[in-house]
Design a protein around this ligand. Sequence first.
Ligand code: FAD
Length: 302
Amino acid sequence: MPEKINSEYLLRLKNSPLPAKPLVSFEFFPPKSEEMEEKLWKSIKKLEALHPRFVSVTYGAGGTTRERTHKTVVRILQETSLKPAAHLTCVGATRAEIDEIAHEYYAAGVRHIVALRGDAPAGSGKYQPYPGGYDYASDLVKGLKKIGDFEISVAAYPETHPEAVSPEADLDNLKRKIDNGATRAITQYFFDAELLLNFLDRARKAGITVPIVPGIVPISNFRQLVKFSAACGASIPKWVEELLADLDNDPETHNMVAAIIASEQCRILSAAGINEFHFYTLNRADLTYSVCHLLGLRPARG
Ligand code: FAD
């Protein structure tokens, strides 16, 4: 870890109190096999004890997990005390088909949708709106609002979405999503707290007043993270790489370091007045649970 950052971090940590009672939410993806399903449910049960505000379930690229996402969301609603949010994208479906999915969620009692554009299926080039579909997330938000009184969350990009023509245009797009009815933005993951704080500043100046919840990814697999980050435009600072170097074959140490990286990030943000975090759990409870513990969250206190 470079000297400059090291001392800066220590100083900030020293001065940053634990958040009084952080508000958290957890993101899962729908399982592909029975084995993965078992692992997911163990994770859901463990994290349920921390009383998250909501838990969300992603929608596979190209709409490939329509059934699995629905099944997981409805099971969470029926078998736990948690409030589930279903991710939904515009990819590969007409408006009528997407509306039908939303009606099904509403009928099942699901009241929170994370509305996204989605990406073109791998290898198929640039995103193209589907004929007769919703073109962008802002259109989807508008459509969902006509279907039911959904709570709607949308995506935000501290480092700007890679396809945006400019950071300003990307913020205009975020504002459009809010103006169309979304009440919360969840950010793409990032590692430098400054990036998020600068983004919040720009968003407030652009007139965006709804909560913008930082998306936090506790790193379970550095190589996978590098691959994913190249595609989604999130940068990985050198200090993160250096902290996790040579730990590929030492999962125990890797996880301890990863938990500390994520909890330091949250503590720096909480020192700046942020007290709500959305965790990309990757269906693993261990890392996210440790980070929440380091932030002072306990099952008994909720
Ligand atoms: P949009 O808000 O529609 O923006 C996409 C791009 O288009 C931006 O560059 C924007 O500036 C530009 N744009 C918007 N409107 C216009 C317009 N009218 N004309 C020209 N350009 C425009 N993906 C999944 O497949 N499934 C998931 O479950 C999923 N969950 C996610 C959860 C979170 C919290 C985040 C941050 C991302 C998630 N993603 C998911 C990834 C997301 O689908 C991609 O990042 C996608 O590339 C953009 O989605 P969006 O909703 O931000 O799109």
